[in-house]
Structure formats: structure tokens, C-alpha cells
Design a binder for this molecule. Structure first.
Ligand SMILES: O=C(O)c1ccccc1N[C@@H]1O[C@H](COP(=O)(O)O)[C@@H](O)[C@H]1O
Length: 215
């Protein structure tokens, strides 16, 4: 399925929210498998969620610097994508892609012009690049803080290079983000929650509707 804008709703934990998100028109759903996240989903519920979503929406499991056994466990569940959201090097991303046999989204933290310069090194080893805000220094996890970054930094990117945008997007800011940055896709977690890890279907629907209306 080709869509002009790919919309990913991340941090889904329950079948109710999964089904409502699919009904609302998301292109991809993300499941966190990282114990320090308030959106963490263990292996058993993860298997059920992926199975329920299969063929209805693209599925993505978000991992942070996973070891080989974690990669193998997740790959065995058959997600469409694995998102690597930690300090994985290009070499490690390439190895995980080969080991898992699953398409890879590499998330990269953006806070400075030098961070934008890092993107180039991942273009050949990841299937998609996701640009996210850099986590606060004291943070216990590298993403999902609901913090935006300075989108003007992205002017330094090759305009023909597709990327997904995340970091503090909300139903109120997503249209402006799309018009300003022209990303291939958008990704949200905190901005469609009422508390960390608690998704709200009205906010999810508003995010998707506002993103589609921005095109
Ligand atoms: O959501 C988390 O808890 C999380 C933990 C570890 C790595 C990534 C995480 N979330 C991802 O961060 C971006 C942006 O999230 P937000 O919209 O700013 O809350 C998104 O890809 C989340 O999946």
C-alpha cells in the first residue's frame, strides 16, 4: 500500500487501543520492548498484539541496543519492522538487520547540526531513518519524552532523502510539522496519551486526521 504520508502510532500496549488505532487509519503501530519504558510490553502480550495486527497494519517493535538473543526472540514473532532506538553503530545496525531478516528503522537523536551529520552513516544499513529529539541528559530512556527539536536543523539534509519525524509531536503540532519539514512519515507516542503509557483514542484519531488534512 502506498500512502503519501506514513503515520506511526507508537507505544501501544492493549488490543483495544490497537484495534481503535487501526480503525482510525494508522499505517504502522509501534510496540515498545524496553523495560525502562512506561510503554513496555513483554514477550507474551507482544506476540498477541503482533498476531492481532498482522495483515491489517504494519507492525514495528522498538528496541534499545538489543543483544542477539533479544533480536532473535523479537524476529521470531514476525513483526514487519524493528526500530533501533539506542546508541547502535552502523555496523551493529547492519548485523541486526542480517540476523533478524526484518526491515530496520534506525532512530537518530537530533539536537545539533553535528547530529544531522550522523545520518549519512546509516543510510546504507537501515531501511528507514527516524529523526527524534535528543533525550534529556538525566533521562532513563532515549525516547518517548514528548520533547520536540529544532526542525530548522533538518535543512542541512539532502532534500531527496526520505525520513520519518518524531519528538514531541501532538495533534496540535503535527500539521505544522508536516508543512514545515515535509517528512516521509510522522511518529508519535506521548502526544496521544493522557499520562505516560496511557493512550487516548480521541487524541490518536485527532493526530491522524490532522496529519492527513495537512497534505
Ligand atoms: O516511548 C518510550 O518510552 C521510548 C523508550 C525508549 C526509546 C524510544 C521510546 N519512544 C519513541 O520515541 C519517539 C518519540 O516519542 P514522543 O512522541 O516524543 O513521546 C517515538 O519513536 C517513540 O516510539
Amino acid at each position: 500500500m502506498t500512502t503519501p504520508l506514513e503515520i506511526k502510532i507508537c507505544g501501544i500496549k492493549t488490543p483495544e487501543i490497537l484495534n481503535a488505532t487501526i480503525d482510525a487509519g494508522a499505517d504502522m503501530v509501534g510496540f515498545m520492548h524496553f523495560v525502562r519504558s512506561p510503554r513496555h510490553v513483554g514477550l507474551e502480550p507482544l506476540a498477541q498484539l503482533i498476531s492481532e495486527a498482522r495483515g491489517r497494519v504494519q507492525t514495528c517493535v522498538v528496541l534499545v541496543n538489543p543483544d542477539n538473543s533479544c533480536v532473535a526472540e523479537i524476529a521470531a514473532l514476525g513483526p514487519d519492522w524493528i526500530q533501533l532506538h539506542g546508541p547502535e553503530t552502523p555496523h551493529r545496525v547492519e548485523a541486526i538487520r542480517a540476523e533478524a531478516g526484518v526491515e530496520i528503522i534506525k532512530a537518530l537523536p537530533i539536537g545539533t547540526a553535528a547530529d544531522v551529520g550522523n545520518v549519512q552513516a546509516f543510510l546504507d544499513v537501515a531501511d528507514r531513518i527516524l529523526l527524534d529529539a535528543k533525550a534529556p541528559k538525566s533521562a532513563e530512556r532515549p525516547g518517548g519524552h514528548g520533547v520536540a527539536f529544532d526542525w530548522s536543523l533538518l535543512k542541512a539534509l539532502d532534500p531527496d532523502q526520505p525520513f520519518m519525524l518524531s519528538g514531541g509531536l501532538t495533534p496540535d503540532s503535527v500539521a505544522e510539522a508536516i508543512k514545515t519539514v515535509r517528512p516521509f512519515g510522522v511518529d508519535v507516542s506521548s502526544g496521544v496519551e493522557t499520562a505516560p503509557g496511557v493512550k487516548d483514542i480521541k487524541l490518536i484519531k485527532a493526530f491522524i486526521d490532522n496529519a492527513r488534512a495537512a497534505l
